[in-house]
Design a protein around this ligand. Structure first.
Ligand code: PMP
Length: 418
């Protein structure tokens, strides 16, 4: 439906013709919040389309093209009739084998290809992991700030998220004491995301080990999202919870994907790796939902995970340079507290020092207000912390070029100068 389609009513009736009370949309789906990150991106794009010089720090995707050897593998795959047909739901055997080897390398565990399920992006892996592990009434400990999709996926599984907030003063990393204080007899799982979207925080090996041992002790499942594993800086090592606590192998699901490391957001290949019974059950779900992932994209993903690491390292170095640049620039904004992230491609300043002020005649009390003023007055897009369970913050993605980073943050500095 378009806004200028006069023959179609723009607002739908709230109830179906058969019932005055019954909403037209199911409770489960009607309760889903639109993605705030996509909303910011959409507003920024609309302003850009209207000719405004918006600089977007909202999108969570690399700005590089996919490395050419990966694209070449896809072109070749598209010409091979074997890839024109249905294949196995759980993924191409070669790709499952390669992913099993990759997880084995990061964890030191033996991983069988039967423990791997290839999904349509990391997002499908997130949904299927929760759908497979959770029952109504279950609680999931969710360290906040968290990536905006987790609570929705947890709720779609009928369970409840229990946010555990760790602020800038603790580097956005929750302590075992905080997790323990939030644990109840209903606690079924814990989410880990290191390197983190939205904070860029990376857990140290000691922190991973402490949290992992605590989860093991209490029989809590760990859902560990390792999609940013190749993007760490300042010599910070990536530590998989399965490497730190191998005894968790029976109660951990590892999530990953090619999107962030290989600049492949549009290709839609992710995975979940876990105990064979969980993977088999999730695969049954996927068989009725989306079947296998596009064979050509799977062949491209195979080239990515088995190919040369040079292009990945080059992109990581570019992100590292931009990270240092944006932290230096954001630190000049009066009222922002800017921790230096050591992973992913996000910075997450605490902006509470700016709130409560009037900016260009507008009262700014929340980080959502601030994001709106920055977008409308400085034409800079950033995502408000409310989207990540952490009001009082903004998320800036630095997956854009150096000149835009400087220009964009200079505008914010000028706008917020007291
Ligand atoms: N996990 C995290 C933490 C993410 O930030 C994202 C992308 N924003 C994903 C998973 C999903 O990525 P995709 O579906 O594009 O593979």
């Amino acid at each position: 439906m378009t806004t200028d389609d006069a023959s179609t009513p723009m607002t739908s009736p709230q109830t179906s013709p058969h019932s005055e009370e019954r909403p037209r949309i199911s409770q489960r789906v009607g309760a889903i919040e639109p993605s705030a990150t996509l909303a910011v991106d959409a507003t920024a794009k609309a302003l850009k389309a209207a000719g405004r010089p918006v600089i977007g720090f909202g999108a969570g995707e690399p700005d590089f093209p996919t490395p050419s050897h990966i694209v070449d593998a896809a072109v070749e795959a598209a010409q091979d009739p074997r890839n024109h047909r249905y294949s196995a739901t759980a993924g191409l055997p070669e790709l499952k084998q390669a992913l099993a080897a990759s997880v084995a390398a990061t964890t030191g565990l033996e991983i069988d290809p039967a423990q791997v399920l290839v999904t349509n992006g990391g997002k499908q892996a997130v949904f299927q992991a929760f759908a497979t592990l959770l029952d109504p009434g279950d609680e999931v400990l969710l360290p906040a700030p968290y990536w905006t999709t987790y609570p929705e996926a947890i709720r779609q599984a009928g369970a409840t998220e229990v946010p555990v907030l760790a602020g800038v003063d603790q580097g956005y990393v929750p302590t075992v004491e905080q997790l323990e204080a939030a644990r109840t007899e209903r606690t079924r799982a814990l989410v880990l995301c290191s390197p983190s979207n939205p904070t860029g925080a990376v857990l140290t090996p000691e922190q991973v080990a402490a949290i992992g041992r605590w989860a093991l002790e209490h029989g809590i499942w760990v859902v560990t999202d390792e999609i940013y594993q190749s993007l760490t800086y300042d010599g910070m090592p990536f530590t998989s919870v399965l490497k730190a606590v191998p005894e968790l192998a029976g109660t951990t699901v590892v999530l990953g994907g090619v999107a962030k490391s290989f600049a492949m957001t549009g290709w839609r290949v992710g995975w979940m790796v876990g105990p064979a019974d969980v993977i088999k059950a999730a695969s049954n779900l996927q068989s009725h939902l989306t079947s296998h992932v596009n064979n050509i994209a799977q062949r491209a993903a195979l080239a990515a995970v088995t190919g040369p690491t040079g292009p990945v390292e080059e992109m990581r170095e570019a992100f590292d340079r931009r990270r240092r640049l944006i932290v230096e620039k954001l630190s000049q904004v009066e009222g922002f507290t800017v921790p230096t992230p050591t992973g992913a491609f996000y910075v997450f300043p605490d902006v509470s020092g700016v709130l409560g002020r009037e900016i260009r005649g507008r009262a700014v009390t929340t980080s959502t207000d601030l994001a709106t003023v920055i977008l409308e007055e400085a034409e800079v897009a950033a995502v408000p912390g409310e989207a990540f369970g952490a009001p009082g913050h903004l998320r800036f993605s630095y997956a854009l070029n150096d000149d835009d980073i400087v220009e964009g943050i200079d505008r914010v500095i000028a706008l917020l100068a007291p």
